[in-house]
Design a protein around this ligand. Structure first.
Ligand code: SF4
Length: 462
């Protein structure tokens, strides 16, 4: 993380205060849609079932990966394995060379962000077009995505108008329809002339070797079928054991992400074009990518994070994410799942700051369609950061002192009495450890009577 969450969030809120309004509006909208959509079905049972399927999958991931490879290969797909981002980049570079690729169209894929695919392609002299409208907007703005599902939610309509006027020559007061039409004109041409389409993969069904892609714009269908080569980048955790698992996962994903019953387009791709088919790529490659996932799998406290289906519901529910959007986290994955996954995938030291971009309100756990225990995992990262001494000696000293006080009744009562005398002190921004919190809140108003006094009075009155 170049700058650190606290500094980046502070800077962003000072220099782009409008981001807060755009992100809050979009996430509240997604969140309300999810609530309504969960309410239409027996969501709690679906979530239990989905969590069980994913837990089973992770417990036998090696078996399902080999099965998926066998089935995909049988379907005529070339399967590759990448241990890390450098491996994945090497494989992709070889494929670009082998298939003489000059132009690439891409569907939305967080894994491709993780692997920095766009900068690799540019270095290789390949022209690359993001084809999801949100991704296309941020590609034009030369920014990373700020949300798993809505990469450009931090931009207002006016931001996009100004961007398109500058980059595509549209009118400064263009309507959303005119803006979409301008993007469509560019992307249609790109679809027709691209040599390679790169997609991610929402799921791969192991028993049949089927790549499953969910979208709302139809751009992924074109990306995976118009160019002569299709490459899918898939994290090793994205498998489902059986085709029938899709029944629940497809609905849960759509309901959790946007409140839809299903995504508008669901593609089940079982290989390249067959001799009797008129559409589809001549060749298809799947690159299974580890890039730190095996370490997360080996970590008992964190492995359930690999169940994530990237719906973004935990970001939408998170009061911290809503205030800053994703860029302040400085990582590909933001919000609660980003806090849990990033230190595991990249570097545990990142938990020292990311772990505290959380109010521990537990809203993320309430919404996660696969019941990932995010708050518990965030606390575990905090514990590990504290154990490694990342919080400095002051934090340890303060918490040791606190533990001493609350475990000795006489001390506890005496300290509570003293605190009541310092009314208003807790609003002081210069206080150690709680200063950042205090500067954004009013001072605490201690009750004139302690809990024990009230309790004794109640007992006396009974
Ligand atoms: S952790 Fe759960 S809620 Fe968050 S993106 Fe992943 S599946 Fe969705």
């Amino acid at each position: 993380m170049a700058k650190g969450y606290k500094a980046a969030a502070r800077e962003m809120l000072a220099s782009q205060p409008e981001v807060r309004a755009s992100v809050t509006k979009a996430t509240l909208h997604f969140h309300a849609n999810r609530e309504r959509a969960y309410g239409e079905v027996d969501a709690e049972s679906w979530r239990d079932w989905a969590a069980t399927v994913k837990r089973h999958l992770l417990s036998r991931l090696d078996h399902y990966l080999l099965l998926a490879e066998e089935k995909l290969s049988g379907n005529g797909v070339e399967v590759h394995w990448a241990e890390n981002a450098a491996d994945a980049q090497q494989i992709l570079s070889r494929l670009v060379k082998r298939h003489d690729v000059k132009k690439v169209v891409k569907g939305k894929s967080m894994l491709s962000e993780e692997l920095e695919v766009n900068s690799l392609l540019q270095r290789l002299g390949v022209e690359v077009f993001e084809t999801d409208l949100g991704e296309y907007i941020i590609q034009l703005a030369e920014e990373p995505p700020s949300h798993i599902v809505g990469p450009a939610i931090h931009k207002s309509l006016d931001d996009i108008r100004a961007l398109f006027a500058k980059r595509l020559g549209t009118a400064r007061d263009a309507s959303p329809e005119e803006l979409a039409a301008a993007a469509r004109r560019v992307l249609r041409e790109a679809f027709l002339s691209a040599d390679m389409g790169i997609s991610g993969g929402n799921f791969v069904v192991a028993e049949s070797g089927t790549l499953v892609l969910v979208e709302n714009e139809g751009n992924i269908r074109l990306t995976t079928s118009a160019p002569r080569v299709h490459v899918a980048l898939v994290g090793i955790e994205k498998l489902l054991p059986r085709t029938r698992d899709l029944e629940v996962f497809l609905q849960l994903l759509a309901r959790a992400a946007t409140g839809q019953k299903l995504g508008i387009f669901t593609s089940l791709i079982s290989g390249p074009r067959r001799p009797d088919e008129s559409d589809g790529p001549e060749v298809m490659h799947v690159i299974f990518v580890d890039n730190g996932r095996s370490s997360v799998l080996a970590d008992d406290e964190m492995q359930e994070a690999l169940s994530c289906i990237r719906c973004g519901a935990c970001l939408n529910a998170c009061p911290v994410y809503r205030q800053t959007g994703g860029h302040a986290y400085g990582q590909v994955y933001s919000g609660p799942i980003g806090i849990v996954l990033t230190p595991g995938l990249k570097d545990p030291a990142l938990a020292a700051e990311l772990g505290y971009a959380c109010s521990l309100c537990t809203a993320c756990a309430d919404v996660c369609p696969v019941r990932i225990p995010l708050p518990k995992q965030i606390l575990a990262w905090r514990r590990r950061a504290a154990e490694s001494g990342a919080g400095g000696p002051l934090e340890k000293w303060l918490f040791d002192g606190y533990a001493n006080i609350v475990s000795k009744p006489r001390f506890y009562r005496m300290s509570a009495k003293m605190l009541r005398a310092f009314k208003g002190l807790t609003s002081a921004p210069w206080l150690p450890v709680i200063g950042a919190w205090a500067s954004g809140h009013g001072g605490l108003e201690p009750s004139p009577k302690s809990f024990h006094q009230i309790w004794e009075e109640e007992l006396a009155n009974e």
